[in-house]
Design a protein around this ligand. Sequence first.
Ligand code: CAO
Length: 447
Amino acid sequence: MSSITEVKVPDIGDFKEVDVIEILVKPGDSVAKEASLITVESDKATMEIPSPAAGVVKELRVKLGDKVAEGSMILLLEASAGEAPAQAPKVAEVSAPPAPALEPAAESAPPTEPAAVPIHRPAPVPLEPVAEVPAFKPHASPSVRKFARELGADLSRVQGSGPKGRITREDVQAFVKGIMTQAPTPAPAPPVGCFVFDLPEWPQVDFAKFGPVELKPLSRIKKLSGANLHRNWISIPHVTQFDEADITELEAFRKESGAASEKQGFKLTMLAFLIKACITALRQYPEFNASLDRGGANLVLKKYFHIGVAVDTPDGLVVPVIRDADRKGVYELARELAEVSKLARDRKLKPGDMQGGTFSISSLGGIGGTAFTPIINAPEVAILGVSRSAMRPVWVGGKGEAAGQFMPRLMLRLSLSYDHRVIDGAAAARFTSYLASVLSDIRRSLL
Ligand code: CAO
């Protein structure tokens, strides 16, 4: 004997009305007891409504987008012979959707133990390749999540086409199809310093609970450079050596020589002299103009000097490279710096303009600050940070005319971050002392 049962929305807690966002069965489908029939969504949670009994779906009484409440009819079910009369099913909240503002979704909790907070330790994540990590959990119903899991699809990479960007079953299918039709990419060889980390999960905080918030997407440049900076920061043992250079004479010389460049429409900036001075120091200490090879057993010493310069743009940080800087004079370097900074800010740099660097300089001198710890631009092994110069009283020793007194001197603070796998602290201190001496007497760069 079989009987027709009206399957209705059971007690769904505090929610008065919820949207039907997914219909998981159709007339004629055989369903097992507890199999999911529809997915409903409130502004706080997504829930699947299970079948109260095993049977065959005779007729659907809801459609996508309907609003339902406790007691709304979902479908007619012909219960299988021998099935007990259907009881209202218990509904468990199974996932929270992302709120329209900044509310991050909570981890799905097992339906039967909502109070238990599992200590979730994610599997160790290999450092390479660096993927873009979404800040929030992708918005998808439990059945779509399950479907994606079965196919091994990473939902954070799937573009949702449903309401509020919800990921549908079709989106997952399209994503998987896209991957299948792509040419296989060879697995990258493990790079130097490939580690795995087993870190605690990132704190999930609903910032909107504490005050008003606004969501501002990161620029493409920030996402890309952020991933690279993160990789460099955690995979290179950084140490920063601080020093200062007396640039009183150099600044006077720069000012004297600046008129010629201004006539041609560019400024003879301190950065051009810094590049020259760095090249002199790099020649003296070649391991700073080098990279580790892939296996990390050899240092590749470069016989060319391509200097990367960090440029601050409205979209984020970029590092164009001044090629063969050793063969250029300060005027030519200053002109090229003005050109590449403009290209960077107009977003006209090509990827090739940012490749092949052997050493980088990050100058915050035009902005301010006394020192900072720049992040090495891998696979380079060192980067020089330059802060704002300031006039300071400096004690003059020795026997000269000014000996035995404080003199006002223009001092430039230098912050050299280096890869401690390649460079020892003593070498770094020698490098910055030498660089400071070159800046104090630029004639040394001629020697
Ligand atoms: N001390 C004091 N003044 C300095 C200085 C220094 N170390 N360096 C530059 N200045 C002065 C310049 O002389 C100029 O003064 P005037 O306007 O009076 O002529 C002013 O500061 C602005 O200089 P600038 O920034 O236009 O030129 P620059 O050659 O020094 O720098 C560039 C060019 C592209 C490096 C710079 O514009 C820039 O983007 N800096 C930010 C880089 C950055 O974000 N680094 C952080 C990366 S995190 O590692």
